[in-house]
Design a binder for this molecule. Structure first.
Ligand SMILES: Nc1nc2c(c(=O)[nH]1)N[C@H]1C(S)=C(S)[C@@H](COP(=O)(O)O)O[C@H]1N2
Ligand SMILES: [Mo]
Length: 315
């Protein structure tokens, strides 16, 4: 395993001036010929994205794209892992705006395409779901901090709350009789976590815009935390003074903490978190014997955020 290398290109370099890695004009997969037909995960009209390569890369084998886009959690489209790919075809992620408000000097509504024009980079991150499967995914996005900077957080802001879109007409589980979760799906981070350079808003993976099942058109990626923090299809980001509600923590506080840092030493009440199953090549439930790393392997970068905290209490 190659050691994790920090980003060589500082986030501050991602400016409007850096036009050379702007979002390029879009190449429809239909125009990409045989490529479009190669993998089942591409059958959602995903578009090519231009992104500057970044040195965030754990140096591990990538999870095949077909697995990344066919084995998902996105309860708005169903509770089974295959449901999001199957049931998200009616979801239309364009055009899209994100409202950023709360304890900020300059609340604003951002058009997603305009944000993407600021420049994107590709980062390869280890991801791990609380249910013990893990993947290595080449995400495309930008640091959340660069968006937060634009709205000028007030000194009193301590947390960041995120909210997923509510569209019963396009999200089948939002119109069912028995809805599996309260909507909107919500999540939160402490402001310092949200501003950490590892935290990105992602608009793509594997060189293309996000497939609907992965959270189109924009989702959160916090690679040192369990997957449920990675809220999808975000429409609103609110800076708050109090710790925000998060969907899974509210539903089952003893099973899903607010922090949700990947931690092999803290088991989920119903299963061990000490090992994980790296998804790849169709063997989802193969050997569940890969040791889980503290902070998902990003401890050198993020452990200091939690100095002095008991992480078995703040799990
Ligand atoms: N809006 C919304 N976001 C969500 C979820 C969801 O059900 N709804 N599921 C979460 C969970 S539990 C996981 S593990 C990840 C899965 O992301 P992936 O399907 O892209 O791997 O999305 C997270 N984000
Ligand atoms: Mo998850």
């Amino acid at each position: 395993m190659r050691p994790y290398r920090p980003l060589a290109i500082p986030a501050s370099e991602i400016t409007p001036e850096a036009h050379y890695f702007q979002r390029r004009d879009i190449l429809r997969m239909a125009a990409a010929g045989g490529l479009a037909l190669a993998a089942p995960g591409l059958a959602f009209g995903t578009e090519m994205l231009e992104a500057k390569p970044s040195s965030y890369d754990p140096g591990e084998d990538l999870t095949p794209e077909a697995d990344v886009t066919s084995f998902n959690n996105f309860y708005e489209f169903g509770t089974g892992k295959a449901d999001p790919a199957k049931n998200s075809g009616q979801f239309n992620p364009r055009p899209w705006t994100i409202q950023v408000d709360g304890m900020v000097g300059k609340p604003a509504e951002f058009d997603l395409d305009a944000l993407m024009a600021l420049g994107l980079e590709e980062r390869i991150y280890r991801m791990r779901c609380v249910e013990a499967w893990s993947m290595v995914i080449p995400w495309i996005g930008f640091p959340l901090a660069s968006l937060l900077d634009k709205v000028e957080p007030l000194g009193s802001a301590k947390y960041v709350a995120f909210e997923t879109v509510v569209r019963p007409e396009e999200m089948p589980e939002q119109r069912g009789v028995f809805q599996p979760l309260p909507w909107p799906y919500v999540e939160g981070l402490r402001l310092d976590e949200a501003r950490h350079p590892l935290t990105i808003l992602s608009m793509g993976l594997y060189g293309k815009t996000l497939p609907n099942q992965n959270g189109a058109p924009v989702r959160l990626v916090t690679p040192w935390k369990y997957g449920f923090k990675g809220i999808k299809s975000i429409v609103r980001i609110t800076l708050t003074e109090e710790q925000p509600v998060s969907t899974w923590n509210r539903l089952a506080p003893n099973e899903y903490g607010f922090y949700a840092n990947v931690n092999p030493a803290v088991d989920h009440p119903r299963w061990s978190q000490a090992t994980e199953n790296r998804v790849g090549g169709g063997g989802f439930f193969g050997s569940n014997d890969r040791p889980t790393l503290p902070f998902n392997g990003y401890g050198d970068e993020v452990a200091s955020l939690y100095d002095g905290m008991d992480l078995t209490v703040n799990f």
